[in-house]
Every structure is written in C-alpha cells, then in structure tokens.
Design a protein around this ligand. Structure first.
Ligand code: GTP
Length: 318
C-alpha cells in the first residue's frame, strides 16, 4: 500500500486552523481526506464538513490535547485507521490532523517516526503552522508553545494580514529568523494555493540541491526560538561528524526542535542527508554529486536559544 500523506495543522488559539482546514476540505478535488481533530471548539467544523458531499472520515479525539494527555489516544487512533485501511473497511487518500491551539507538535511528529505500524501506513509530509499576524508578537511573549509551533513548522501560513495597518514584511522577516527552513506565505481567511500542500515534503530525505533558507543575522522579536544555517565547502570525516552530532544531541536535548542537513562526506561520492526532530534523527546517502556540481554541506538548526557561535566553533574545529 502506498503510504497515506499526512499533514499536521498547528497554530495557537484563533490563528485560523479551522478556517484553513475548511478551505482545504471545500476546495481540493483530488483527495479523499480523513481528519483527526480534538474535540473542543470544533463543533461548527463537524457540522460544516459532514454536510458536504465529499466522503470523508472524521475522528474526534476526546481527551484534551493530543500532544500530551491523549498522545496514546492519537497513536491508538492511527493504528486503528491503519487496520481499517488494510482491511478495506475505510478509504481515504490523505490524512489531516488539526492540533489544539495549545499543542506542541513535537510529540505528535514523533508518533510518525517511531511507531512501526504507523510508519508503514502513513507518511508525514509536513507540519503547517498558522500564525496570527496581529496577535503573534503578544502570544510569542506569553505562550512559549507558540514559538515551538513556529520552530517545528515546514510551512508557515501568516493569517489575518488583512487586519494589519502595515504590511507583513517585517513580521515575515522575524519569522524567518525563528525558522529558516520553512516556507512562509500569507493566508487570508484560509485561502491559499493548494499546490503548496502537494509540494510539501518536509520529512523526506530527498536530495534537494540546497535549502530554501536565507541567512538572517538578528531577531528583533523577543523570542527564544532561533535558527541558523551552517555552510561548509570542505568535506567532513564521517566519524568526527558523528561524534559531534552525538555531543550536540546530548548537550542540547531540551533545546533542539528540528534540524536538517545535506553533507559532503570525505571519500564518498554521495551526499549524506540527515534530518531530525528533538533527539530522533535519521540519515541516508542520497544522490551522487554530479560532475558539474561543487560539493558542499549545509546544516540548518532550529531550537530554543541555541548558541549559534558555539555551534559554529564546533563545526570549524572539525
Ligand atoms: N480577518 C481575518 N479573520 C480570520 C482569518 N483567518 C481566520 N479568521 C477568523 O479568526 C477566527 C478564528 O479562526 P479559526 O479558524 O476558528 O481559528 P482556530 O485556529 O481554528 O482557533 P481554535 O480552534 O481556537 O484554536 C474566526 O472568526 C475566523 O473567521 C484571516 O485571515 N483574516
């Protein structure tokens, strides 16, 4: 069975998650979508969705926030959906999980990376975080989970830009400082080009030639989540690099959110691809460096108050 693509929709209370989900459900035409959502605050969505013609399956988790109290409930639900799909008791081609506004996406992501039954059936394609352009600066300060939601994102959708007095350019720049690997797009009342979802593949170790990130030097917002890119043109000794990664994972286990890398390894014709979430990471060799390419390494780290200079120094010492 081809794995079912999964999208996690994250974002603080009122950021526009349900509005966005509703837009997808009413405008996409190619997928039969299943939705997993938390109970509270979603009654209106249930009614809207269930009244439309598209056949879809909605599972509502009952016990509060899926990232903590009912994490087991989420895994049980995914396993049950997997069983039903295998036995053809149910049919869908895409799964969307809408988190509650207070949810940290980290534990939800991990379910898709470590549980064998789940990884056989489902393929996590990306975390989409909605961020309310009007209220986010206040939320970042007072609700730290909003920063983690940005840090874990593969795609950031900036909602309510229609309510801003100025344009969202400065705010978008600030988000880029927090997460240099996510694409950032404005979204008004849930409306976006749905091709963005088809293109999203945030957890693939695919051999993209380079990250989309830009280097931004400072973060004018008072946030703890930061990100930076380290680029190198010299090849790495794989053993020395493994030791450095072990050290980083150990020393920054509470701070690391996401990291991704394309690595030029000494005496190896293939690029090494690596990606991780908190302590969990996987890596594999990808495409061979072609003759007209100059091999390079690029690492992007996203975390809570990660000491950029310390990281740079450690990489320089290798
Ligand atoms: N002006 C404006 N309003 C929006 C936009 N997106 C969403 N809203 C409104 O913001 C309110 C909250 O949107 P929801 O989609 O319910 O937000 P949510 O993230 O699902 O909220 P919770 O379920 O509380 O976590 C609703 O009244 C939406 O109509 C936008 O881009 N512009």
């Amino acid at each position: 069975m081809t794995p079912i693509p999964v999208f996690i929709i994250s974002g603080f209370l009122g950021a526009g998650k349900t509005t966005f989900l509703n837009y997808i459900l009413h405008h996409q035409t190619t997928h039969k979508i299943a939705v997993i959502e938390n109970e509270f605050g979603n009654t209106a969505l249930d009614t809207t969705i269930l009244s439309q013609d598209t056949p879809l399956h909605i599972t509502t988790l009952q016990n509060g926030c899926i990232c903590c109290s009912s994490h087991g409930e989420l895994e049980a639900t995914l396993s049950e959906l997997s069983r039903q799909l295998t036995h053809q008791e149910i049919e869908f081609t895409q799964l969307i999980i809408e988190c509650t506004g207070m949810a940290d996406p980290g534990p939800i992501i991990k379910s898709f990376l470590i549980n064998d039954i789940i990884t056989e059936t489902f393929q996590l394609r990306g975390v989409i975080t909605l961020v309310d352009a009007l209220n986010a600066p206040y939320q970042f300060k007072h609700f730290h989970v909003t920063q983690a939601q940005i840090g874990f994102a593969d795609l950031i959708l900036v909602s309510k830009t229609d309510l801003l007095e100025n344009d969202a350019q400065e705010f978008t720049q600030q988000l880029t400082c927090m997460n240099q690997r996510a694409e950032i797009h404005p979204i008004i009342n849930g409306k976006i080009d749905l091709k963005l979802l088809d293109q999203l593949d945030g957890f693939a170790l695919s051999a993209k030639s380079s990250f989309l990130c830009q280097e931004v030097s400072s973060n004018p917002l008072d946030t703890q989540v930061n990100s930076f890119v380290i680029k190198r043109s010299e090849p790495f000794d794989i053993n020395a690099l493994s030791l450095l990664f072990e050290k980083i994972l150990h020393n920054f286990k509470k701070q690391l959110l996401r990291y991704k890398a394309i690595i030029y390894i000494k005496d190896n014709p293939e690029r090494l691809l690596l990606q991780g979430v908190n302590q969990l990471y996987n890596s594999e060799f990808g495409q061979v460096w072609s003759k007209d390419e100059t091999p390079f390494s690029e690492f992007v780290f996203i975390g809570i108050d990660l000491p950029e200079e310390e990281f740079r120094k450690a990489f320089n010492q290798l």
